[in-house]
Design a protein around this ligand. Structure first.
Ligand code: BMA
Length: 367
């Protein structure tokens, strides 16, 4: 008898906790997996311990190599994989097997799972072709593209299929035991410049925000639960009000950042400090994680750039990560991370050893 009562008690208890869980999920917009939820909390708490270093396409190719399993320029220099690795989904929407930089989407899935299993974070950007002209993401010749893909637009239905492909891919990134790998998705980036077809001069503020809403809602409709969203505009805002002009909203965005690169040293230092000051303020007010979502100094010709330029700026602000762009092997002189023998490699080791910087192996506790 006692045993039966105990079993009934357990059944009631699990029923109550299940209904509490589904209620919690209904209240929120996208119902996130526990791992994704944990990642978001970890990103918000991260600045208490330091910030992660990130590198785009890190395990895919580097200087003098391509497609060598386990290889990484960053690891070859400091012995550890970056805490964050990002990949790009451009051309997946066209049903192609390789992205715009020649990387197989199957390899992206494999490497994203590998990065998760080693405790690191994965982010995805999307340099998608112009859906109206069929040219690349940089084709700004037509300013009606965003309008045409929004509800009521002439290629809206067709564009939803592209979003479904994105949703399907993000959902498909799973470990062998079926756990969906949490992904920080960073669509519609650098929108405050006008070099992409979703840029400032190509759509109104409202159209841009609707683009985000449509993207978010479509992923939700596809029951994508392993996703967080990053908003990362591109050109320098003057203050937090300006930063927030095209901000899609607290209910959609989980992390805020910005993309900026060094051309002139002093200008870079000034822009970084200004943007990070703004991000710190906005992040606090809106309870969002903050990050330098893309940066770098092409070919890093300054042998002490990591510890004399980048690090002293970053340690002043509560960021959770900084990410440098790719070490292209399909373009000459287009690399942003050091490789063995590169002039800034020794300095990068010092950057790695600094207690503020976090790589795989530094107990990131993301999940
Ligand atoms: C850009 C460059 C391009 C590349 C694109 C998407 O900044 O690196 O060569 O195609 O990013 O990765």
């Amino acid at each position: 008898m006692k045993r039966q009562i105990f079993i009934i008690y357990i059944i009631i208890l699990s029923f109550l906790s299940m209904s509490a869980y589904s209620q919690q999920c209904e209240n929120k917009k996208i119902c996130r997996t526990p791992e994704t939820e944990h990642l978001l909390e970890a990103l918000i708490d991260m600045p208490q311990r330091g910030f992660m270093f990130g590198h785009h396409d890190d395990p895919m190719y580097g200087i003098g190599w391509r497609g060598v399993i386990g290889r990484s320029d960053v690891k070859s220099v400091c012995g550890a994989y970056p805490g964050v690795i990002s990949f790009d989904l451009g051309h997946i929407e066209l049903g192609q097997v390789k992205n715009l930089d020649g990387v197989l989407f199957d390899s992206i899935r494999i490497e994203a799972v590998a990065q998760y299993l080693r405790g690191g974070m994965v982010s995805l950007s999307w340099h998608l072709n112009n859906p109206l002209t069929g040219k690349d993401a940089w084709d700004v010749s037509d300013t009606t593209v965003v309008a045409s893909i929004l509800p009521g637009g002439k290629i809206h239905e067709d564009f939803l299929k592209r979003l479904d492909i994105i949703a399907g891919f993000i959902k498909s990134i799973r470990t062998p035991d079926g756990t969906a790998v949490p992904i920080l998705f960073r669509p519609w980036h650098e929108n405050t410049g006008s070099w992409f077809w979703w840029g400032e001069k190509c759509c109104t503020v409202q159209q841009y925000k609707n683009l985000w809403k449509m993207t978010y809602n479509r992923l939700k409709k596809n029951n994508v639960r392993n996703v967080l969203f990053a908003y990362s505009p591109g050109s320098e805002p003057n203050d937090s009000t300006e930063y927030l002009v095209r901000y899609p909203g607290d209910d959609i965005v989980d992390l805020i950042g910005f993309d900026t690169y060094q051309f002139d040293h002093q200008k870079y230092v000034d822009v970084m400090n200004k943007c990070l000051g703004i991000l710190t303020e906005v992040g606090k007010a809106h309870h969002k994680a903050i990050a330098v979502t893309e940066t770098g100094y092409v070919t890093i010709p300054d042998s002490t750039w990591w510890t004399k330029t980048l690090l002293p700026i970053l340690i002043k602000y509560p960021i959770c990560y900084v990410l440098v762009w790719r070490n292209a092997n399909d373009r000459k002189d287009h690399f942003y991370a050091p490789y063995l023998g590169q002039v800034s490699a020794n300095d990068f080791v010092k950057f790695y050893e600094d207690p503020h910087t976090l790589f795989v192996g530094d107990a990131l506790n993301l999940y």
